[in-house]
Design a protein around this ligand. Sequence first.
Ligand code: SF4
Length: 142
Amino acid sequence: MMSFESFVRLGWSFFRTVLRGVFPRRPQLPRFVDQYRPDGILSMTSAEASAQDAAARCYGCGACDVAALGSGDFERFGATGPMGFVVGLSRRAGVDPGSPLGVDAKLAEAMTDACPVRVPFVALVDLVRRRHEEHVQGTGAS
Ligand code: SF4
């Protein structure tokens, strides 16, 4: 048989559930995303989500690194090169949002052309540039 305490706890939980339904709380997700965007949290916008999904296609073949080494552009993607750049973005593994990238659209397109799964370097570079601007605005750095 149910104890009196259990009965009270159950009733209290039911009452709170009904109250939450009547007075819904403000969604916290936008606040959470604003807080962590400069740190590179996954974006909720469909354009950025699709770019990050496409980055996840990278299987580490290194063809982009070879192409960048051949043209002397390896370090324009940062110390880890283009493959490290993509892997860092898709796995949240080390892209510094405070690091500006010296990559132009022509170079980014050349990396996509070299990539067997056509990772969209242009969209990813744009994404990192936006993150960098947010980081600069958030910290007041120049
Ligand atoms: S060429 Fe494409 S799949 Fe290969 S490492 Fe570079 S981004 Fe990844």
